[in-house]
Ligand binder design. Structure first.
Ligand SMILES: [Zn+2]
Length: 328
């Protein structure tokens, strides 16, 4: 019996990657949602189950992309890991600050006997609630995200500079998805989430299911592995769609949705090229920006005085491809 050589090992890796590319995304997405339903039904501790699932998902995806990377040049390295840690700490501080602020506002409202939530949606059944949450949040998120990329003038430049922290990395992988400026993060968490999720008063269960879908998609969409989601790309924002959002080629860096591509499909910014990857990731003109590893310079970018309006080039011109031609 012949010994298995290096060629056989390469074949095994290729075969394994070929299987994983179709099953991983549905496994984590539907597995996470199923686990949440089970947790609600069984009355398990939600924080423990969600925390464990998140740690398992992130750790396993990091190991998988290290073993089966789509592109080695986009893999995490020591320098990018150190950068990600800084953004992680900044994200935790921002989250804590937002919670304190939110608690302060809730306390103020309670003191003056004003309802802090309308509870309008509390009695809507679970599945319609989750659908409404996704559609409502994504509508606000889509337009805020698109404005950050495409709006001109002083406000547009400021918003782009707060969002650029997420686009300066020239490699996209699981852990880099934490790269965000606190101002951008605060608007999404403190304004959009409050407006679409908290104020309408959805039930805690529906918010939980929505949260797990957000968490899986936010993590998975930056995954550096060859993932093929097929028809699911028309329902959820998978890796194949979001990687194009990080393309350095302005004509294809669309796909502003975070959970669903519905609003991209409606407003003509949907880009799907099955089996293809962007040639380069990052911004179109990296020399005009601080390097993504220069954390404090990236933090200061939105507040830097521009000599002329729009000194920093925009990521994307406000041209929107027609819906039909943007699908491939
Ligand atoms: Zn973006």
């Amino acid at each position: 019996m012949p010994l298995a050589g290096p060629g056989a090992q390469v074949n095994q890796v290729t075969n394994m990657a070929a299987i994983l590319r179709y099953i991983l995304y549905p496994f984590y997405l539907f597995g996470g949602v199923g686990l949440t339903f089970l947790t609600i039904g069984q009355g398990w501790n939600l924080n423990v189950v969600h925390g464990s699932f998140s740690v398992f998902m992130v750790a396993s995806l990091i190991l998988l992309e290290a073993r089966f990377p789509l592109e080695r040049r986009w893999a995490m390295n020591w320098a990018s890991f150190q950068r990600d840690l800084k953004y992680m700490v900044s994200g935790i501080f921002t989250e804590v600050a937002l919670r304190w602020t939110g608690s302060g506002i809730a306390l103020f409202l309670a003191t003056y006997n004003t309802p802090s939530s309308t509870k309008l949606m509390a009695d809507v059944p679970l599945i319609p609630s989750v659908l409404l949450l996704i559609l409502g949040f994504e509508f606000l998120q889509y337009w805020f995200h698109r404005i950050c990329h495409e709006m001109r003038g002083g406000v547009g430049t400021f918003l782009w500079r707060t969002h650029a922290a997420h686009h300066l990395p020239d490699r996209v992988y699981v852990l880099m998805h934490v790269a965000a400026h606190p101002v951008n993060f605060s608007v999404i968490q403190g304004v959009l989430t409050v407006a679409a999720v908290v104020l309408p008063g959805f039930s805690p269960e529906s918010v939980l299911v929505f949260g797990i879908i957000m968490g899986v998609n936010g993590t998975f969409s930056h995954f550096n592995m060859d993932i093929r989601a097929g028809w699911l790309n028309y329902v959820f924002v998978s890796t194949e769609l979001h990687r194009y959002h990080h393309s350095a080629d302005m004509s294809e860096s669309k796909n502003y949705g975070a959970v669903t591509p519905l609003w991209d499909l409606v407003f003509g910014t949907f880009v799907y090229k099955p089996g293809q990857s962007p040639a380069r990731l990052g911004v179109d003109n990296p020399s005009a920006y601080p390097h993504s590893n220069e954390f404090w310079k990236v933090m200061a970018l939105p507040f830097r005085r521009a000599k002329k309006p729009n000194t920093v080039p925009k990521l994307s011109p406000p041209t929107v491809p027609p819906l039909a031609s943007s699908r491939e």
